[in-house]
Structures are given as C-alpha cells and as structure tokens.
Design a protein around this ligand. Structure first.
Ligand SMILES: [Zn+2]
Length: 469
C-alpha cells in the first residue's frame, strides 16, 4: 500500500491524501487550499494525479478545505463514488454550490482587470454546473456501518464530533498480494467534547496500524466551552454598553449555528440585552435548514432544547433575523442601534462580512469577534494578530474597533484532546502521519505522541511525499 500526501501537508488547508492498494486509488478528502488569493488559485488548479484514475473518494466532513476541490476532480474526469455521511452529503449540496458561486465571482472580478490590460480571461476553478454535476456521485452513509468501497477495502465512518456529519474514517484493508490485514484510521478534523449541538467525538478504542491525524491545534490549549459562553456574554454586554455593534466573522456552517445557539440561550436567560441579531449569510440560512433535517446526529442538549423551547427551533428566536437579499444586507449599514451581525466568510477572504467590516472597523465602540482558526496571509489572520491597519477592497483602514479572539468556540480538539484521541488506542499505530497543521503545531503533536505515548515512526509528511506501508 502507498500513501501520498497531496494537501494539508505542513499546512492546514487542501486536505487530500491518496491511498493506493490492490490496484485501486482511494482519495481521502478533496479540499480547497485557502490563503493568499493568487497562490491558492494556482495551487487549486494544479493536480498531481490523474482524476480519471481515482476509483473513489472518502470525505471526512463538509468543510470546504476538505470537500471544496471535488467539483474540480469531477470536471477533470473522476467518475467514482464519493462516500460520506448523509448529513455531509446534504451540507455539500449547499456548500459546493456556494463555493462555485464564489469561484465564478472571483474570476469575474479578476477578468475585468485582465481585460482592461488586454490579458486573456481566466476560467473559474469550477462553476455551479460543475458543482451540481458532482453531487450525482455522492453516496450518503450512516455512522458505524461497514461498507465495501473497493476490492479488499471496507469503510466505516465514526462520529468525529467536529461539525454536523463529521467523521473519522476507518479503512479495513486486506492486501490481495500478501494477504496482510491493516486498519488505517484517518482522523479528519477531531472535535471536542461538550460543545453544543453535535455529539462528542467517538474514540477509536481498538486502535489501528496506520494513523493519519490532524494537528490544527497541536500546540495549543483551548478554554473549556462553558467559559467561552460566559466570555461571549461579557463581550456582548461590554460592546452594547459602549453603544457599539458586534461583528462576528463565522463559517456559515457550524460556527454560525453554534454562536446563534449560544446567543439564544444567553438571551432566554436574560444574560444579554434585547438587541437585534442578524445572520447575514444566505448559505448560513440554507445550511441551518439542513441542521434541522438531521436530528439523528444532534446531541441530547439540543434534543432537550427542541422538546422544551416554545418555537422548537434552537437556531431561530424572536430577536434573530436571517438576511437573504443584498438589499437586506446593505440595510444593515444604516442600523443606528447596537446589534450583533454574524456573517461569512470566517477568514474574511470574501463574502458580505467585508462590507460590514469596512463600515464599522474605524469605530472604537464596535467589537470584531474572531472565533475560528485563521489561515496565514488572510485578512482574518491580520486582524487576529492585531494589525494596526488593513486593506479592504484595495483601500486602507485603521483598525479602531476592538478585536477579540475567542478560541473556546472552536470545533477542533486542542493539544490535550488530540493526545487523548491517540492515547485511548489499544493497538498503537506502527506508523503515524501528522497532517493538517502548521509546522509548529505538527511538530508539537509529533513530539507529544513520541514522548508521552511512546509512538514509534511518527512522520510529518512533506507535500507530495509518498510512503510505503
Ligand atoms: Zn473542519
């Protein structure tokens, strides 16, 4: 068996790992690279494999850095099945379409400039038609059911507790030539216990022979979730007290619903004032509906909430509005009262959040609340690192609004959680590959696995590096 790391190698985005066994090629995840626009565009265009030779794809979860290149793969000739949970399949239907819309818009913008300079127009990475076509190849599965995906390879998906539908991928592989049995576990993104809405991650107690493991927060400790809810309460109240508004850049899927739910609970408990709350993201509105369609993956807390709350909807309440049209979004610029505006993109690389940011960044009464990991070279990373000035749509702005980072809403396990994920494995992996983390995080986790757990053969693959197992 061979494993080649085509993405998320010594970085976080672009998750793509190719397994070759029994003459077949299985791709684990097929994610978009995110970061500086031009570099990401080039990297996403490039493929170091033949798409038509891939036999099937297994998708750990719907986040775009794990699923967002699937339409490219299909456009380039991939005809096989794409296995994932049913909730991931439904989320991808909305998210890939949204991603295609962004690709088309981005290229339109670049091409206007290129046309002026007499340069050849670019094609979008993929279109809405490509995204729609790729949905025909998805196969939605349930958790904890075993399926044969190609000769000698059985797949089981286990709840990863990271976002709705997220999974750890277990491949039980019998190599036909040697008769050797091996279990490969690909962690996908590892969630954390006690975050609301979704269930806690399921441990892989049995262990495995080969482990491919994420390391986003391999060198960091995140505060427990309940503390973050209190912190959110404090931030909202403080901002309202100053007469300002709270801007929350958030991924439309997962983080937005978590924050809405936290605000709902704080509001119901009378811990925050009665202020208007807006979710300004058409994708967030669409995916919230998908959340409601999948109660089979909710945790007990949300189920209780659904049973006890009057309007039976944890993602909607009196003070909350979902804005759909551009006009509704623009109207938020003229709001004269303190409000909470949640909008995407989460790393501020595009989307409606940029208009709200431009409008509110130079007012010290406002707060910009960062709740997720920010890729290097993104506007979100600059703000999180307390840049004094930033460029939005080509214009320079002084950052006068308060910028606060709240890591406790993260859907990722921190260093302790990651080590714990590996610690419970009865069968210690013979080979471990650390992916999906910047260098420092990956090294810190590798060091922990070697020294605290005694793991042997722990590697941090280079991009495109191949290993024989
Ligand atoms: Zn993720």
């Amino acid at each position: 068996m061979k494993i080649t790391f085509h993405g998320a190698a010594r970085t976080v985005t672009g998750s793509q790992h190719l397994i070759e066994v029994n003459g077949k090629k299985v791709m684990l995840d097929c994610g978009l690279f995110q970061g500086k626009r031009k570099a990401a565009f080039e990297r996403n265009r490039h493929e170091f494999f033949q798409s038509h030779e891939i036999d099937c794809v297994v998708l750990s979860h719907a986040h775009i850095d794990h699923s967002g290149r699937i339409p490219c793969l299909v456009k380039n000739g991939f005809q096989g099945d794409i296995y994932c949970t049913a909730a991931t399949r439904d989320l991808c239907a909305a998210m890939l379409m949204d991603s295609a819309f962004i690709q088309e818009k981005d290229v339109e913008y670049v091409n206007r400039r290129r046309k002026k300079n007499g340069q050849r127009a670019f094609e979008p990475l993929y279109t809405k038609a490509d995204a729609a076509k790729s949905m025909a190849q998805f196969v939605g599965l349930c958790y904890n059911r075993r399926h044969q995906i190609c000769p000698g390879v059985h797949l089981t998906l286990v709840d990863a507790g990271h976002m709705l539908g997220s999974a750890h991928v277990i491949l039980d592989i019998v190599e036909q030539e040697t008769g050797r049995n091996q279990r490969l576990v690909f962690s996908g993104d590892i969630g954390r216990p006690d975050i609301p809405i979704i269930r806690d991650p399921e441990p892989i107690n049995g262990g495995c022979d080969i482990l491919i493991m994420e390391s986003t927060y391999g060198n960091r400790a995140n505060p427990p979730y309940p503390e973050s809810e209190q912190e959110l309460e404090h931030i909202v109240n403080e901002t309202v007290h100053r007469g300002g508004s709270l801007l929350v850049p958030a991924f439309a899927v997962g983080r937005t619903q978590q924050i809405v739910y936290a605000l709902h609970k704080l509001h119901t408990a009378g811990r925050i004032p009665d202020l208007p709350i807006f979710v300004d993201s058409p994708l967030a509105s669409r995916t919230t509906e998908i959340f409601r369609l999948h109660p089979e993956v909710y945790d007990n807390e949300i189920r209780d909430f659904l049973l006890s709350d009057d309007d039976n909807n944890p993602f909607g309440f009196g003070r909350l509005q979902y804005t759909q049209s551009v006009e509704q979004s623009k109207a938020l610029n003229r709001l004269g009262v303190p409000a909470v505006i949640i909008s995407s993109s989460g790393m501020l690389e595009g989307g409606r959040i940029l208009h709200h940011l431009r409008n509110r960044i130079d007012d010290p009464r406002n707060t910009i609340l960062m709740t997720s990991w920010q890729a290097p070279n993104t506007l979100g990373r600059q703000l999180a690192e307390k840049a004094q000035t930033v460029r939005i749509f080509g214009d320079e702005f002084k950052v006068r609004a308060r910028v606060v980072s709240l890591t406790g809403f993260s859907g990722h396990a921190d260093r302790n959680g990651l080590i714990q994920f590996a610690r419970v494995m009865q069968k210690r992996p013979q080979q471990t590959f650390i992916v999906h983390g910047e260098q420092d995080s990956a090294e810190s986790l590798a060091e922990g696995l070697r020294n605290e757990l005694g793991f042997k053969q722990v590697y941090i693959p280079e991009p495109m590096q191949t290993f024989k197992t």
